[in-house]
Each structure stands twice: as structure tokens, then as C-alpha cells.
Design a binder for this molecule. Structure first.
Ligand SMILES: [Zn+2]
Ligand SMILES: [Zn+2]
Length: 145
């Protein structure tokens, strides 16, 4: 099975992901903007059994507006987040797309929280699902989609 490795900037913390991601998305919410220091966040999700995190990680938890918890694993040295889990996505681990440092990574098919999108940002592709709802509201575990 193919493996991809995400690393923090200093490299000591890694997330090794096996197989293809089950979802690749972009989120424009304000918390993702804060987390990444950028205008939006891009991330890929895998079943947790296919993600192995190695190295020293600091864990930080946040309760989202929805009341659901998100748990982030970040490097205590350089501060990069390499993996996170959200109660709204049970059984899945999200890995920030930029941590793979791979411009050939599969493109996002979902663009969520678009009501927080900066007007100069456009997520291109005819098959991209655009929405203003949080990604957790579109979790296939809770809806038919
Ligand atoms: Zn680091
Ligand atoms: Zn977000």
C-alpha cells in the first residue's frame, strides 16, 4: 500500500499515512485560519488505523462552536500541527495537506465554511463541492451524503 509522510517543519514529528485519503478538503473557517496562519486550511483524512504518528507531540484540545472537541497533535519544538481528530469525524484523522510538502497531492473535492472565505480565494475544479456549512455537518456518518 502506498504511504505518504507528513512532517512538522523541524522534522521530528511525523504522520505516516497508508493508502489514499478518504476525503481531501479546504476549510475557510476562522479557527482554521488561526491554526494555519493562512487564509484557509487544506487537509486530508484517513481512517485512524492507517495513520501512525511518531515523534514527540504536544496535544491541544479545543471545543468548537458545535460543542464537539477537536484534538491537535503539534510539535513542541517548531509548533507545526501534523494530525488532528474531531469528534464530528469519528474514526478519522486529519492531516494538514501542507505537512506533506507535495504539490502533486490529490486536489480537494470539498470546500467548506465558504461564508468565511476571503474574496480573493477560489478553489478550482468542476467536481468541487462548495458549501457554507461546517464539514462536520456534512459528515457521511450523520447524513446520507
Ligand atoms: Zn517540529
Ligand atoms: Zn475550519
Amino acid at each position: 500500500m502506498d504511504k505518504r509522510t507528513a512532517t512538522c517543519r523541524c522534522g521530528q514529528l511525523q504522520a505516516i499515512c497508508e493508502g489514499e485519503p478518504v476525503r481531501v478538503s479546504v476549510c475557510h473557517c476562522l479557527d482554521c485560519q488561526k491554526r494555519t496562519g493562512s487564509a484557509f486550511a487544506a487537509q486530508a483524512r484517513w481512517p485512524e488505523a492507517q495513520v501512525t504518528v511518531t515523534g514527540r507531540a504536544k496535544t491541544w484540545e479545543r471545543v468548537a462552536d458545535s460543542g464537539r472537541r477537536a484534538r491537535y497533535q503539534l510539535c513542541p519544538d517548531c509548533g507545526s500541527t501534523v494530525a488532528y481528530a474531531n469528534e464530528g469525524w469519528p474514526g478519522l484523522i486529519a492531516v494538514p495537506l501542507g505537512a506533506f510538502a507535495d504539490p502533486g497531492f490529490p486536489a480537494p473535492k470539498f470546500s467548506v465554511y465558504e461564508h468565511r472565505k476571503h474574496p480573493w480565494v477560489a478553489v478550482l475544479g468542476e467536481d468541487v463541492d462548495h458549501s457554507s456549512t461546517p464539514s462536520i455537518a456534512r459528515n457521511p456518518v450523520h447524513t446520507t451524503r
